[in-house]
Every structure is written in structure tokens, then in C-alpha cells.
Design a protein around this ligand. Structure first.
Ligand code: BGC
Length: 768
């Protein structure tokens, strides 16, 4: 009985896997014949062990990014038992290993070199959540392009990015690595990141192969606890979580990394429905799939097989081609073939995919293409890259509050620069900062001195980021470099208050340390850690104007801060140039233009909270005494700051929406126009956002969904007409049979400054 129902569910999954439309890339059959012939000839000369070797990815070098490290790597390379290496970079180190593979292994098959280039390689850009907040796809693409130029000059040809996991739970530390909660926007970011890394020609020496991750649904870990179980309806999967992965596939991403979580009860690395039926058959992906770090070994703990041999067979058959670090394939596949549990043809399929990737990267033409010391010297951290890092960093910052024009600050007078992050360099480059050197990062203090040289700075640390000794030990054990002051928190706060009293204005630089977000960095309490709130409360009592500069890798719950600070600037972890970029914004050399791509809750109990939710049958309408409504007793349903929100030093006014017609017919489009004016006294950029709502559907639809945006620059007093085009495509969703369709009926279109402050208009959609 149990068995039968499981089988019917699987069939149903396969049957229901909807198609997202045609993949633009060449199909496998149309890939250059020369590559197929070359790879086949090579494989004809390979032993079974050598083929299995190509499926083995080892970690050796400068970083440890998982629970175990690889052993006897050089010996294995010589024996042809390694296909790729992760965590080794620099032309010298990469060349050394490549030479082993080329000169000492029997067949001389080049290694592929992978690394976690997440938001820059040596020149570090804002964390991805900050990059997303730029709402500037050109800037995001540029950051990936620069990262590719640096990484490819530094011995690498494969980067583990973009991470496109949609995330609605800020407790999950890895929200820092993605572009936030929105599916449509996340899909745009996924596309431009792949384009930035891979360029037009993967074999060029300045491009790298991107690796889409984590396939799939990793952002929906229950309770925001990393690596936790995911359980989700097919509808939510296809509507909310899968499109960004599909967008990266359509952009031609060369490789895909499995996620740690399960999908419909089967962990990703052993999930045939996911890796073969959906990814390859429906979506037409023809690159290779790598598991996440030791994810194959972990299939045993998931309880999907008794031992590594069993799970190894499952994973290979499911479509996991390359095994990251765990050596499940290396240790088990030879025996599994002998026992008839895996066929050599199945190994050939995986091996072929890995070899094709190397071919596409041009490694068979020149295995040392990415190991050129001269190019590394000229390329890495060149002034134009550093300048781009500063520019992109300031674009990523989001002004959350600004009472009575507290900001921008004047470049004269005295500032009380307070807070545990005010002098930090380590934290500026954030988590997953690749080969970035934090000693080259600019602190806020350094930035202020540079940008506002005449200002007098009175500094006090005021508080540690955290005083929790256990947490400090844990963070420092993994590169936290937390700078802990041993004075009592009372003494530190007292000193900060005295500092504030003799200054004109307080700039409080507070937040999380970089290690508090990222992998394995979930937090159950998302308020400011440690005694930082006590510090802010004491500073507030001085009556001096207080601007908070926030650093954090996730939305935080900031109710007190919002009610009491005069200004709040969200700066994420802004990268190598963080301090300069922050000072540019604080002193008005740049007018902030970033907008949130993830909702900030009032309190953690509202999580998951996201703008494109469903209405429910009992939406709360605002009547306090109306009991039987979808609401909390102790907090309103509203976020603290909604998706799409962010202020400017100027103000913008929106006119009314004008539609080119009131009915959209299939195959046609409606033009949605709105006049946006700069009503303040300085130039500024505004992100004009377009949302659509389907009022009645055969399945329920979200209250609104982002379907477009435009970032425009307006001089003081200037107005611009912004026009969006809506076609049937923007109205589509999955019906009850999972067909991707638009249904005739009534719609609303919203245009505005964020997901809540919008103008509205009505239109209808008709099939004819
Ligand atoms: C992470 C991946 C990363 C890999 C290699 C894993 O633990 O989940 O995002 O790419 O390690 O470092």
C-alpha cells in the first residue's frame, strides 16, 4: 500500500513537471561535433578508474569550506584519480597541481579549478544581498565580470556562484548570499550573474564557468536552520522557488551544484526527478552537476541508503556527476560496477559531462591558460576594479530612515563615531569573501577621514558585537577575528556617552559580525546582538542627533532603532571599499538609491514574511476589535520595512497610472505609464517598481507580484515618464494541472516606490 502510493506520487511528479519554455542554448546534439569526437576518443583510452577519477573533486589549498579535507591529493592526481580541485588559487599553486596532472598522470587530463567566488574574488563587492539592493543589473553583471577577470587570472576557471535560492526567512544565515525573496527579480539577477562570469566565450582566458546553486529549494530550510529539511508544495516550488534556477540554465550556466536539503522526501543529490527529469529532460541542461560538499556521504544520515555504496549508486543514477570532497564515488563505484549495481555506461555519462566542461573551458588546448602570473599581477585589484567596488558599494546602501534631513552630514564640526564596527576592516568584506584580503578593506573611520578630512572624530567603541563567550569562541574558530574589548559593558557605554556629549552628531556603526551570516550561521534572534541596543539607548538619552550605520547579512528586527534613531543607513557588508562608500553616502557625495529585496520584520515571530503573499479568506482589514481575522494579538501584520523600500536624500512624487488601453488581448501588450518627479533639491535615483495582481483565478494568486522596474536619475525639479509594457507573459501562473497559462479576467497593476506605496489601475485580459 505504502509502496504503491509512493510510486504514484513519483509518477505524478514526473508527469507534472511543467516546462518553462525553450532553453535558448544548443542542445547536446548540436554541440560541436569536434568536442564529442575528442571526448569520445579520450574516453576510449581511459580505464574505469580514470573515468571515476574525473568524478572526484578534492579540496586542497588555502581554505577549508566544509567539515573534512581531502587527503593524499597529489598522489591521487598522479594516479589520475582527481578530476577537479577546489580551494587552490594563485597561478603558482594552480600550475603546480596542473603540472602533476599533465606530466605525471598517465593520460595528462587537465584539472578544473573551482572556488567560492561569491561577491568578488580579490576586489570584494557588497555581499550578494547588498548587490541585489542596487536594483542595477548592469552593476551586478559588472561585479561578476570583474570577479571572473580576477579569478581567471588567479588560476581558477570555475566559480561556485550564483546562489539563487529564494529566501523568505532571515534567520537563515545564507540569505546574505542570495538576492532576496522575489522570484522575478531573483531570475534577472541569476541571468546577469551567469552572463558576467561566463561572457560570450567560455574558452576565453578571462571568463570562468559559473556554477548555479544550490539546486534546489535550499532557501526554504525549515525554521531558517541551515541544512534543515525542506517540504513544499509543487505549486510553491514552480511559482516561487524554481524560476531563478531556470533563468540561469537559460542563460547557459555550465554547471549546477546540488543542495543539501531534500525535495519531496528525496535529498537533492539522489533526486532523479530533480536532476534528470526536470533539469535535463524538461529544462535541457547539458552541463555537469556537482554535489555540494560531502553531500553524497550525508545521504546516509538523511536515511536514504544504508551505506556509502548504496547512496553512491543512487546519486549517480539520479544525475550527480561529480562528487565534492566525500570520495563516495572514488571508493565505491569500482566495486558497484563489478557487482552490477552501476553500469560503466552510467559512469561514462557523468565522465563525459565533466570532460566536456573542460573542453568548453579550453583546458585541453592550454591547461595553463588560467595560470599566468604576469596577467595576475596586471589584473588583480587594478584601480578601475577598486573604483567599481566603491561605486557599486554605495549603490547597494539603503536609507531606511532619515528624520529632518539628519543625513547627509556636514563636512565640518565634530562627530561621535561609536560602535564595534566603526573601525573594523575584517567585517567590511563580509562572509564568503573568497580570496579577498580584509587588510586591504577600508573601515568606516578611514573612509570618513578620507571623504570629510576637516571633520573632528571622537571615537568610542561603546560595545562589543557580542559578549557571549561561547558564540565568540565559535565565530573565532572559523575566521571570525572578533575584536573583543575586555572592559565591562557599563564602562564602554559610559565612555561612548561622554564622547557623544562633546560632539555635534552621533554616527553609531552597529550590527552583526561578518561571521554571523553565511553558511552554518543561522540566528534564532535577529535583533542587534550583544549590548549594542543598550548602547544605542544610552546614546539616545544624550539628545544628540543619532545616525545608525548598520552592517548585517540579513534583515534584522529593528523596532526600537526605527522608532528612536534619527537616521538609519543599511550598508550590509559592502566590500573592499566599504568605508569610502559609506562615507560617500553619509556626507552626501552620493545620494542613496538602494532598495530592499527582502522584507524586514518588526519581530522574528512574523517570519516567514514576504510581500507577495496570498490574501487568505480572512484578511485583516484594520479593525482592531475584529477578532476572527488572520493576524497576531501582539503585533500588526505589517513589516517594519517592506520589500522594495528605500529612501533618498531627495523626494519623489508619482502621478497617476495611465494605461494605453483597458483590455489586454493575447499576443498584444498594454503600456503602463507614470510620471515620476524629483520634488526635492538634489539629484537622485529612484527605482520605479511595477507589480501585477490577478484578482480572480482558478487557483489563488498573490496580492501582488513584481513584474518590472526601472531605475531612473532625476535632477531637482525634473520629471520623467516611465513606461512599462505588460504582455500575457506577466500574467501567467500554474493552473491546477500545472499548465503555465494566463487566465482571462480582471487584473490590477501597481506602480510605485516600494511594494506598499503604489498607485493602482485596473485592466482586463482577454484571449481574443
Ligand atoms: C557550500 C557551497 C560551497 C561549497 C564549496 C558548501 O559547504 O554549501 O555553497 O560552494 O561548500 O566550498
Amino acid at each position: 500500500m505504502m509502496r504503491a502510493s509512493m510510486i504514484s506520487l513519483c509518477l505524478c511528479f514526473t508527469f507534472l513537471a511543467p516546462s518553462f519554455g525553450q532553453n535558448k542554448k544548443m542542445s547536446n546534439a548540436s554541440l560541436p561535433q569536434a568536442m564529442h569526437a575528442f571526448v569520445q576518443d579520450l574516453m576510449d583510452t581511459m580505464t574505469l578508474e580514470e573515468k571515476i577519477g574525473q568524478l572526484n573533486l578534492v579540496s586542497i589549498g588555502f581554505d577549508v569550506t566544509g567539515p573534512v579535507v581531502s587527503e593524499n591529493v597529489e598522489e591521487k592526481i598522479q594516479k589520475g584519480l582527481v578530476g577537479g580541485v577546489l580551494n587552490t588559487y594563485t597561478p603558482v599553486a594552480a600550475r603546480k597541481l596542473q603540472e602533476k596532472a599533465m606530466k605525471q598522470a598517465r593520460l595528462g587530463i587537465p584539472l578544473i579549478f573551482g572556488y567560492d567566488v561569491i561577491h568578488g574574488h580579490r576586489t570584494i563587492f557588497p555581499i550578494p544581498l547588498g548587490l541585489a539592493a542596487t536594483w542595477d543589473l548592469k552593476a551586478i553583471k559588472k561585479s561578476a565580470r570583474i570577479a571572473a577577470q580576477e579569478a581567471s587570472a588567479d588560476g581558477l576557471n570555475w566559480v561556485y556562484s550564483p546562489m539563487v535560492d529564494i529566501a523568505r526567512d532571515p534567520r537563515w544565515g545564507r540569505v546574505a548570499e542570495g538576492s532576496g525573496e522575489d522570484t522575478w527579480y531573483g531570475s534577472q539577477v541569476a541571468r546577469v550573474m551567469v552572463e558576467g562570469y561566463q561572457g560570450d566565450n567560455l574558452a576565453a582566458d578571462s571568463t570562468v564557468m559559473a556554477c548555479l546553486k544550490h539546486f534546489a529549494l535550499y532557501g526554504a530550510a525549515e525554521a531558517g536552520r541551515d541544512y534543515n529539511t525542506v517540504d513544499m508544495s509543487l505549486r510553491r516550488m514552480f511559482e516561487a522557488y524554481l524560476p531563478p534556477y531556470k533563468a540561469a540554465i537559460d542563460a547557459g550556466v555550465g554547471s549546477v551544484m546540488t543542495s543539501f536539503n531534500e525535495i519531496n522526501g528525496v535529498p537533492a543529490s539522489a533526486n532523479k526527478w530533480l536532476l534528470t527529469d526536470l533539469l535535463r529532460k524538461k529544462w535541457g541542461f547539458d552541463g555537469f552537476v556537482v554535489t555540494d560538499y560531502t553531500a553524497l556521504n550525508e545521504l546516509v544520515a538523511h536515511g536514504i541508503g544504508k551505506n556509502e555504496a548504496e547512496v553512491g549508486a543512487l546519486a549517480l543514477k539520479a544525475g550527480s556527476d561529480m562528487d565534492m570532497v566525500g570520495e563516495v564515488y572514488l571508493n565505491n563505484l569500482p566495486k558497484l560496477v563489478k557487482e552490477g549495481k552501476v553500469t560503466e555506461a552510467e559512469i561514462d555519462t557523468a565522465c563525459r559531462r565533466v570532460l566536456e566542461a573542460k573542453y568548453k573551458l579550453g583546458l585541453f588546448q592550454d591547461p595553463y591558460r588560467y595560470a599566468n602570473e604576469q596577467r595576475a599581477k596586471q589584473t588583480i585589484m587594478q584601480p578601475s576594479f577598486v573604483q567599481a567596488a566603491r561605486d557599486i558599494a554605495r549603490r547597494s546602501m539603503v536609507l531606511l530612515k532619515n528624520n529632518q534631513q539628519t543625513l547627509p552630514l556636514k563636512k565640518t564640526g565634530t562627530i561621535a563615531l561609536v560602535g564595534p564596527l566603526a573601525k573594523s576592516q575584517r567585517d567590511m568584506i563580509g562572509n564568503w569573501s573568497g580570496a579577498g584580503d580584509w587588510k586591504q578593506a577600508v573601515s568606516v573611520e578611514q573612509g570618513i577621514r578620507k571623504v570629510a578630512g576637516d571633520i573632528k572624530i571622537n571615537y568610542a567603541k561603546g560595545a562589543n558585537i557580542t559578549d557571549d563567550e561561547q558564540l565568540i569562541r565559535r565565530l573565532n574558530a572559523h575566521g571570525g577575528e572578533l575584536d573583543i574589548d575586555n572592559r565591562s559593558s557599563e564602562d564602554m557605554i559610559k565612555e561612548a556617552v561622554a564622547t557623544a556629549q562633546k560632539s555635534d552628531v552621533i554616527v553609531a556603526v552597529v550590527g552583526e559580525s561578518q561571521g554571523m551570516s553565511g553558511e552554518a550561521a543561522s540566528r534564532a534572534d535577529i535583533t542587534l546582538p550583544g549590548k549594542q541596543l543598550d548602547l544605542l539607548k544610552a546614546l539616545k538619552k544624550t539628545g544628540k542627533p543619532m545616525a545608525i550605520v548598520l552592517m548585517n547579512g540579513r534583515p534584522l528586527a529593528l523596532k526600537w532603532e526605527d522608532e528612536n534613531a534619527d537616521a538609519i543607513l543599511e550598508t550590509w557588508f559592502a566590500g573592499t571599499q566599504a568605508g569610502n562608500a559609506i562615507a560617500d553616502v553619509l556626507f552626501g557625495d552620493y545620494n542613496p538609491s538602494g532598495k530592499l529585496t527582502m522584507t524586514f520584520p518588526q519581530v522574528v515571530g512574523q517570519v516567514p514574511i514576504y510581500y507577495n503573499h496570498k490574501n487568505t479568506g480572512r484578511p485583516f482589514g484594520g479593525d482592531e476589535l475584529d477578532k476572527y481575522k488572520s493576524r497576531y494579538l501582539d503585533v500588526s501584520n505589517e513589516p517594519l520595512y517592506p520589500f522594495g523600500y528605500g529612501l533618498s536624500y531627495t523626494t519623489f512624487a508619482y502621478g497617476d497610472i495611465k494605461l494605453s488601453k483597458n483590455t489586454l488581448t493575447a499576443g498584444d501588450s498594454i503600456q503602463v505609464s507614470i510620471k515620476v518627479s524629483n520634488t526635492g533639491d538634489r539629484a537622485g535615483e529612484e527605482v520605479v517598481q511595477l507589480y501585477v495582481q490577478d484578482l480572480v483565478g482558478t487557483v489563488t494568486r498573490p496580492v501582488k507580484e513584481l513584474k518590472g522596474f526601472e531605475k531612473i536619475l532625476l535632477e531637482p525639479g525634473q520629471s520623467k515618464q516611465v513606461t512599462f509594457s505588460i504582455t500575457e507573459e506577466a500574467l501567467k501562473f500554474y493552473d491546477i494541472d500545472m499548465n503555465y497559462i494566463a487566465e482571462p479576467g480582471d487584473f490590477k497593476v501597481y506602480v510605485g516606490s516600494n511594494s506598499q506605496e503604489v498607485k493602482a489601475a485596473d485592466f482586463a485580459f482577454s484571449k481574443k
